[in-house]
Design a protein around this ligand. Structure first.
Ligand SMILES: *Cc1c(COP(=O)(O)O)cnc(C)c1O
Length: 238
């Protein structure tokens, strides 16, 4: 039997609070996304029962069963309804499935994707809050714009009325010593600050960064959304 989410959440909360304390931040500045990609529907429902509202998935093929089951479950309607975050790389041909079901997109990283999202959102009459994914570390295996490409990309996004760029997202390389991820998170925050300095009216203010291994460092560097899978909801084999 795996550890209950209640127990895991209790431990994670204590660590979040400590990280906020160390960096002079308020606990309310940091939102948790429970990443349910490794676990079955029942475990995602357990997360919702514990009061976690934000659920993250990274592939539509894997998420759709969970999405349909939970959306069809009246126990999770009204103010208990989940807010879905699409955190994985999004293929253009999956946009029609994802937009309208997932509220937030964390992986906007190219104009062709912006175009597809904007078109679909326009058809649905909605505006989609998006994080622009930046590959700060320059790892070849990671998606995202490079830091130099970000500024012109932000300018180009102004052409798309149904996209609301609300922040930046990054993934740090896995490090045995989490402290090593600090420069990546700091660099993302500095990019955000630079965008705000260039355009004081920018809607880009939030930072989606930090996972199970490195969320405390990310919080110390200004994360406003942390994406927690393993440490919070576990992996299926736990
Ligand atoms: C899987 C995933 C996470 C969560 O990973 P854990 O290390 O299990 O917390 C966070 N962000 C993205 C983009 C992911 O794909």
């Amino acid at each position: 039997m795996s550890t209950s989410i209640k127990d895991k959440l209790h431990q994670v909360e204590a660590r979040i609070e400590q990280a906020c304390l160390r960096s002079g931040r308020k606990r309310e500045e940091v939102e948790i996304i429970a990443v349910t990609k490794y676990v079955p529907t029942t475990r995602a429902e357990e997360a919702l029962e514990e009061g976690l509202r934000n659920l993250g998935e990274n592939r539509w093929q894997d998420a759709q069963e969970k999405w349909k089951a939970i959306e069809g479950n009246e126990a999770f309607g009204g103010d208990k309804a989940p807010i879905w975050h699409f955190i994985g790389s999004l293929q253009t041909n999956k946009v029609k499935d994802v937009i309208g079901k997932f509220t937030y997109i964390h992986s906007l990283d190219r104009l062709s994707l912006a175009e597809a999202i904007d078109k679909r959102a326009g058809q649905l009459g909605i505006k989609v809050p998006c994080f622009i994914q930046v590959n700060v570390s320059g790892e070849l295996s990671k998606h995202g714009l490079d830091s130099e490409g970000l500024f012109s990309f932000v300018e180009e996004l102004k052409r798309f009325p149904s996209i609301e760029p609300i922040g930046l997202m990054t993934m740090a390389p896995f490090e045995a010593e989490p402290e090593q991820t600090r420069p990546v998170f700091r660099a993302l925050r500095e990019l955000r600050d630079k965008l705000q300095a260039i355009d004081p009216d920018t809607t880009i203010s939030q930072l989606s960064m930090g996972m199970s291994n490195d969320f405390e460092v990310a919080i110390e560097e200004g994360a406003t959304w942390i994406r927690l899978g393993t440490i919070l909801v576990g992996k299926e084999e736990d």
